[in-house]
Design a protein around this ligand. Structure first.
Ligand SMILES: Cc1cc2nc3c(=O)[nH]c(=O)nc-3n(C[C@H](O)[C@H](O)[C@H](O)COP(=O)(O)OP(=O)(O)OC[C@H]3O[C@@H](n4cnc5c(N)ncnc54)[C@H](O)[C@@H]3O)c2cc1C
Length: 453
């Protein structure tokens, strides 16, 4: 039987990966991308923007049969290196068993996946911006340099990012739920170059964080010895992008809050003024499918804030789940069932990781400086040490397993309730806990176990 012709909108991370996966299963794939071909632009030769890849991302690459080649360009980060205001640093391992998340160049990952898809038979159409989708006929309208073009697909996949054109078409259908909101912080990319010998200036195998309450800088290592840094900073208030506007402002701000970073960033001023200030949007919607004709995947279905390092990982997991469902019924002519099961499996998980990421943002920006928060963290750590079987880290669930995000979110909410109760009980003031506190803890943990199931 002739397999469907599948059209993917967007040649970003998940569009390129999915093209590789579908080609392997005998589908004819065409990808339409708004931008020109990044492989011809030498963009990648410039500064690298990197991402943290964790287990879910690797699982998808393995399923696509392309994991090994990306392992060669990924740097393991075994924990967070926290840089305090007074210059002290401390390393916090991510897991108990030396687990790591991996820093990988976004451009290199995208470029190599495009090459692999093309080698497998995918046809890429660059400079094709989708401007309209007829959901009933699957006719897509594109704006190109040569004018308007039309294309019709058997199955249409919207991998066209946070402002998806397919999703826009879906918002006009009955009972389509849609929510979009921005946080009051944006970001700017900065850069720490390598030493003269091409080595990393700070510890290579960590994700570096300079937390300063409502703002922070993070840094992820690159293969060339440099670090890509991101300043997360409020748009308004003091200090903020509103108040740090001149070269003097930038120098004063960094000297005050990041004195150990400023010395390592010779191009700070150029980076600050040349690189865009970008905003951070969360998108939730439901459903992610239209009849048996189209589906959303990746950021088009669930744009999330980057404070859990999971946007791409979640997108890759969407692709894994979709191809697993296809494999269960490889000769399906009508994809109604596949799409429905994809929707049932993914929407709740996409919404859960969006909530977890927002929660992490508020935890990092609002609570981190409060004494109550520090006490809570100490208690959490103590409970995890005393009862490792009963009280697992949510971060580990999210980053080092393929377990549902929805379960991790449920666990997070139950932990929040548990910790709130504990913080109110006088007996938990001291660590190590007294016998009386331990007895109460056993009861509270049993209640907690019942909630998470
Ligand atoms: C600052 C920051 C840091 C991040 N760090 C991490 C991290 O460490 N780990 C992680 O897992 N995730 C991270 N993410 C999230 C990650 O970048 C996204 O989740 C991921 O890029 C989603 O991939 P995608 O293919 O769905 O969308 P995109 O990568 O955005 O690709 C969408 C593609 O569609 C194209 N397109 C858009 N509109 C149209 C149109 N109308 N017609 C045709 N083509 C179109 C775009 O040009 C683009 O090529 C981060 C995000 C940000 C903002």
């Amino acid at each position: 039987m002739k397999k469907k012709n599948i059209t993917i909108l967007g040649a970003g991370l998940v569009g390129s990966l999915l093209a590789c996966m579908l080609e392997k299963r005998g589908y004819q794939v065409q990808v339409f991308e708004r931008r020109s071909d990044m492989r011809k632009q030498k963009l990648i030769a410039g500064r690298s923007i990197n991402l943290a890849m964790s287990v879910r991302g690797w699982t998808a690459l393995e399923k696509a049969g392309i994991k090994e080649q990306f392992e060669k360009i990924a740097i393991p980060m075994h924990g967070r290196e926290i840089h305090q205001s007074n210059g002290e640093t401390n390393f916090q391992a991510y897991g108990k068993n030396n687990e790591a998340i991996y820093s990988i160049s976004r451009g290199e990952l995208n470029l190599q996946m495009m090459n692999l898809a093309e080698e497998a038979g995918t046809v890429f159409h660059f400079g094709h911006k989708c401007t309209d989708v007829n959901l009933e006929t699957n006719q897509v309208t594109f704006e190109t340099e040569n004018g308007t073009e039309y294309h019709t697909a058997d199955l249409l996949i919207g991998a066209d990012g946070a402002f998806s054109s397919l999703r826009t078409a879906m918002t006009k259908t009955d009972r389509f739920n849609y929510q979009q909101f921005y946080i009051n912080a944006g970001y700017k990319e900065l850069h720490i170059p390598p030493t003269e010998n091409g080595e990393h200036q700070i510890y290579k195998n960590a994700l570096h964080i300079w937390p300063r309450g409502k703002f922070m800088v993070i840094a992820l290592p690159n293969m060339d010895g440099s670090f890509t840094c991101t300043l997360f900073f409020p748009f308004h208030g003091t200090p903020s992008f509103d108040t740090v506007k001149t070269k003097e402002d930038v120098k004063t701000f960094f000297a005050e809050y990041f004195p150990d970073v400023i010395n390592r960033m010779p191009d700070l001023l150029e980076d600050y003024f040349d690189n865009p200030t970008a905003s951070l949007v969360t998108v939730k919607c439901d459903p992610w499918i239209y009849k048996n004709k189209s589906l959303l995947i990746g950021d088009s279905a669930h744009a999330i804030v980057p404070f859990y390092g999971q946007g791409m990982n979640a997108a890759f997991e969407d692709a894994s789940v979709l191809v697993d469902l296809i494999d269960e019924d490889p000769n399906a002519d009508d994809w109604s069932d596949i799409l429905k099961r994809y929707n049932d499996s993914r929407v709740k998980n996409g919404q859960a990781i969006a909530d977890l990421a927002i929660r992490n943002f508020y935890e990092m920006s609002d609570h981190v400086a409060k004494p109550e928060f520090l006490r809570r963290k100490k208690i959490e750590k103590e409970i995890g040490t005393l009862f490792p079987e009963k009280f697992n880290s949510v971060y580990e669930q999210v980053s080092f397993t393929n377990n549902d995000y929805a379960k991790a979110w449920k666990r997070q909410k139950a932990q929040d309730v548990l910790l709130e109760k504990i913080l109110k009980i006088e007996d938990f003031k001291e660590i190590p806990f007294s016998q009386k506190a331990l007895d109460q803890l056993e009861i509270l943990l049993d209640e907690y176990q019942k909630v998470i199931g």
